[in-house]
Design a protein around this ligand. Structure first.
Ligand SMILES: C[S@@+](CC[C@H](N)C(=O)[O-])C[C@H]1O[C@@H](n2cnc3c(N)ncnc32)[C@H](O)[C@@H]1O
Ligand code: SF4
Length: 385
């Protein structure tokens, strides 16, 4: 099977450190009270970039994303050094999107100006809630006002910004979420990420939930909250372009679109994932998660890869479905056929269509309907089976 090398190429840089660990979060994020050697981690990221570029030379970088953890804890000079390294190894597209995830607790205007000067042109802030009691329950170190102040700094510093909220929280009523979301929309510009609280295994929230001490909305209530979210955002001109992401037209996060559209991305830093087309085959890469182990690996070998798998045609096609059907634009069934070596099962598509879970657009794309989105996992499982 041969895959055409797509034009979009993204670089993801994972910065794994946080000031404290939020009890709901299972991202690869770590607290180091004793500190860590930032310059040494930055040098290791530079080495991994060099190793990756040697495998996929000659690409043009269209988006860069500093994710975490909390990349806003980095010195602007560290961000600048990493961006310089990316520019040395690949051509960087003129209109490159460079996003940095920021935690409201680590936002100061001077640091933001530094990120801006380094080349960051978009920030994504983890606001999570505009309610002090909820923020406390989520283990956040900031108040609602501090989060709004951080949004104001972002607005003054960058031409593009987004922020995240978590909903379907314990005891959250429809009326309270409606008011909170409307307040958030008034502060938003072009993009909002709205995640339903998920109880992740291995987190303190998981243990509390299991012990009955943390009660989250049941399926029906969560569905009502989801529907309300869609209605309010669409009416405000911020429709969902992905199951949890809302944007004005053309203001989507281009970096995340690279993942969802099945294009290539290099992942560097501890626990980063990548997808690379090399000599007509698609590779799934993953680096060591533990920051210090990753650092030692990179220093010894030049990279921190612990997974570097050639994907089968079936795996590539399943991933294309899984990622692409999250998007409101859906997928091109012809691309699925080219990747899988077979068409989607027409009978299954017909059943899902009859149930109102999927539809075919005038230009032949297959997409999940508003009825299908709340049961997306089941729809994908059905189509991929
Ligand atoms: C990796 S975090 C980075 C943001 C930054 N560290 C912060 O917390 O401000 C990305 C986002 O994932 C979301 N998130 C993390 N764990 C979640 C969970 N269990 N349920 C729903 N959303 C979650 C949060 O909204 C968070 O802002
Ligand atoms: S939500 Fe953000 S700040 Fe909290 S632990 Fe996860 S990555 Fe760190």
């Amino acid at each position: 099977m041969s895959l055409t090398t797509s034009s979009a190429f993204a670089v993801y840089v994972h910065w794994p450190f946080c000031l404290s660990k939020c009890p709901y979060c299972d991202f690869n994020s770590h607290v180091r009270h004793g500190g860590y050697d930032e310059a040494r981690f930055v040098r290791a990221v530079e080495r991994e970039l060099a190793a990756t570029a040697a495998r996929v030379p000659g690409r043009t970088v269209s988006t860069i994303f500093f994710g975490g953890g909390t990349p806003s804890l980095m010195q602007p000079s560290s961000v600048a050094a990493i961006l310089d390294a990316i520019g040395k190894h690949w051509r960087v597209a003129g209109g490159v999107e460079v996003t940095l995830e920021a935690n409201p607790t680590s936002v100061e205007a001077t640091r933001f100006r530094g990120f801006r000067a380094a080349g960051v042109n978009r920030v994504s802030l983890g606001v999570q809630a505009l309610d002090d009691a909820a923020l406390k329950e989520l283990g956040r170190l900031h108040t609602a006002q501090e989060a709004l102040d951080a949004v104001a700094v972002a607005r003054a510093s960058f031409e593009r910004y987004s922020f995240d909220l978590i909903y379907a929280r314990p005891r959250q009523t429809l009326a309270a979420w409606q008011a909170e979301l409307k307040r958030a929309i008034a502060e938003a510009a072009e993009h909002l990420s709205l995640y339903q609280l998920t109880i992740e295994q291995g987190t303190p929230f998981y243990s509390l939930h299991k012990a009955g001490k943390l009660v989250v909305p049941d399926e029906d209530r969560a569905r009502d909250l989801y529907d309300l979210t869609q209605d309010i955002c669409a009416a405000a001109g911020l429709p969902a372009y992905e199951i949890s992401n809302h944007a004005r037209p053309h203001a989507e996060c281009r970096h995340n679109l690279v993942y969802w559209r099945g294009h290539d991305y290099a992942g560097v830093g501890p626990g980063a994932h990548g997808r690379l087309n090399i000599d007509g085959r698609r590779y799934a890469t993953e680096t060591e998660k533990r920051p210090e182990s990753w650092l030692m690996r990179v220093e010894a070998k030049g990279h921190g890869l612990i997974v570097d798998d050639k994907l089968t045609a079936g795996e590539v096609a399943d991933e294309f479905l899984l990622m692409g059907l999250r998007l409101a634009e859906g997928i091109d069934p012809e691309r699925y056929r080219a990747l899988a070596g077979r068409a989607l099962d027409a009978r299954r598509v017909a059943i899902l269509r009859a149930e109102g879970a999927v539809e075919t657009t005038a230009d032949g794309r297959l997409r999940v309907t508003p009825t299908g989105f709340p049961v997306l996992d089941a729809v994908v499982a059905d189509l991929a089976a």
